[in-house]
Structures are given as C-alpha cells and as structure tokens.
Design a protein around this ligand. Structure first.
Ligand code: GDP
Length: 300
C-alpha cells in the first residue's frame, strides 16, 4: 500500500495540498470551514458526503474545543476513514466451491480499463496461488480478445475466445466449461461495454449471467469505473447497477487523478464497496483497496 501512497502523491492530492495550506493558518473560522468544504468538493468527494463531513467536523471541533491545525487534521483523517471504510465487506469471492470454479464477471463501459483489469486480476489471483481461466466475451470490440490473449500469455493463464462477433454468452459459457474441465479455481470473464441502449445492455449482460449460471453460480460482478471521469462516471455506473447485481467496484486510473475523493462518491451513491484499485498500466498495478492507506494518500 506504500505504492498507493506514492502513486496518489505523484498526482498531488488536491485535498492534501490544499489542507496543508489551510491548516497552516492560525485561525479556524467560518472561512476556513468553507474552504475545507470547497476542497472536498474539488477532490470529488461529492456534495452530500462533503456537507455531512464538514457538519460533523465543525460540531466535533466546537464540542471538543479543537483549534490546532494538527488536531483538525487528525479529526478529518478519522472522519474520512469512517466515511471511506463504511463497514463494507471488500473480500473477493474467488474460491472454488463444491459448485465449481468461482465465476467473476467484469463489466463496465469501454475504455474504462476493463480488459486491462481482467489481465491484472488474473495476475493477482495467480500470485495468490489460484488457477485461472479467462473468458474473452467482449466480442464487440475486435481487439479486445487479442488484448486479453496477450495478457493471458503474460500472466500464464489460458484464454477462451470465440469467433469475431460471436454471441458473448456462448463465449462466457465455453470459458466456464473449460474452467470446470481444468478444475480451475476461478474464471474471470471480460464482457462487452457498449452503452448503446439500456435495454440492449440489460439483455446482453442478463443473458451472459443466465447462461453462465446454467453451469455455475456467478460469485462476483465487478464494475470497472475510470476514476478520471469523476462524477460523470457515476451516471454511467448507475446504468450498470440497474441492470445487473454488481458486488464490487474496481476504480481504475487512480494514478492519473488528483481527485481520489471519487471513492467516497462511488460507495455512497451506489452503495457498493470499492474492492480493487488500478494504479497504472502494468501487470502489477492492481491492488486490493485499503481504506486507511487510501485516506493517508488522500491527505498527502
Ligand atoms: P476497456 O475498453 O475497458 O477494456 O479498456 P482497456 O483495458 O483497453 O484500457 C483502456 C486504456 O486504459 C489502456 O490504455 C490501458 O492501459 C489504460 N488503463 C487501464 N487501467 C489503468 C490504470 O489503472 N491506470 C492507467 N494509468 N491506465 C490504465
């Protein structure tokens, strides 16, 4: 998690930088609170969470008679950690059961880093001693299956693909079949992320899930979101959470934004835990999400 800190630090956390300047001042007055609020909003924490955080902090500071910048900083750290942690279960269901391999569906809009995340996730799982099969069910984007095959070779796991424009559900079904035959622990399936119409998406993802579940229950549906798209990404996310039961969010490209507060908005607005974070394009640039390390990185 030291890596998370340096990656976010490299992009210079908006919050950390601003707070440092603010809390170096002597007085903690209305203007200071207003500026803390502005900073949280700029960092993509979202309006509702920001209002709640600042209200709570102000009250606490008043009741406890807190004045020193260091104390306010410590209070803010605690409150942010409570908000980010939110008592959410971040474990990944990737263990083989009596029913067969754990099935992980990876969904999200094209360009968010879905295929890359599938490759990196395979790497994480292999490093954890799991045997993995990948399914290239993003048959709409021609290059997606080739890209996944490259990842498969890099990580040393088999990739099941179909013909171009094949039915995604049939590719997903085949991938599960291969994983069962090979007695693999986990099958991770990349899906198509074209946001044409909500009904189209619902039909396609719904069918993939239904068809897969003829063989094995789906244990995780991970939604990939690009952290750099900020609040706009949330609108797209809602389309997915409306059509499929998402169990966790993978927030990619956190290395490319100074606005890490999006983690808070995502969890709050969607009620779904961030389980993994993408911190770069390389094979080792995916990490389980650690709230404490994240808040430290955010505060810089
Ligand atoms: P897909 O269309 O959603 O499958 O997206 P891709 O997996 O092809 O990724 C789109 C681009 O984002 C590629 O150039 C990836 O290398 C890049 N990418 C994916 N994840 C991350 C990340 O965590 N950090 C950075 N900086 N780039 C990423």
């Amino acid at each position: 998690m030291i890596r998370l800190r340096s990656r976010l630090a490299r992009s210079e956390s908006v919050l950390g930088r601003g707070l440092f300047a603010l809390l170096s001042r002597e007085r903690l007055d209305d203007a200071t609170w207003q500026e803390i609020e502005d900073l949280l909003l700029t960092a993509d924490v979202g309006v509702a969470a920001t209002t709640e955080l600042v209200e709570r902090l102000r009250t606490e500071a008043k009741v406890m008679g807190v004045r020193s910048p260091d104390d306010v900083r410590a209070m803010l750290r605690r409150s942010l950690l409570d908000t980010v942690d939110a008592g959410l279960d971040r474990s990944l269901a990737t263990t083989r059961t009596a029913a067969g391999p754990a099935v992980v569906l990876v969904v999200g809009v094209n360009g968010t880093g879905k295929t890359t995340t599938v490759g990196k996730l395979a790497r994480l799982l292999v490093a954890d001693g799991r045997s993995v099969v990948l399914g290239a069910a993003d048959t709409f984007r021609a290059a997606a299956a080739d890209q996944l095959e490259t990842w498969g070779r890099r990580v040393g796991v088999p990739v099941v693909r179909g013909a171009e424009r094949a039915d995604p559900a049939s590719v997903a079904f085949d991938a599960v079949r291969v994983a069962i035959e090979q007695e693999a622990d986990v099958v991770v399936i990349d899906t198509a992320g074209r946001l044409h119409t909500k009904t189209g998406l619902m039909d396609e993802l719904g069918k993939v899930k239904r068809v897969v579940e003829r063989r094995c229950p789906v244990s995780e549906v991970l939604l990939v979101l690009d952290a750099t798209t900020g609040q706009n990404g949330l609108t797209q996310a809602r389309v997915f959470t409306d059509v499929v039961a998402v169990t966790g969010v993978v927030l990619t490209k956190l290395d490319g934004t100074a606005k890490g507060g999006i983690v808070i908005s995502v969890q709050r607005e969607l009620g779904i835990p961030v389980k993994l974070v993408g911190l770069g394009e390389g094979p080792d640039d995916l990490a389980p999400f650690d709230p404490a390390a994240f808040v430290d990185a955010l505060l810089g």
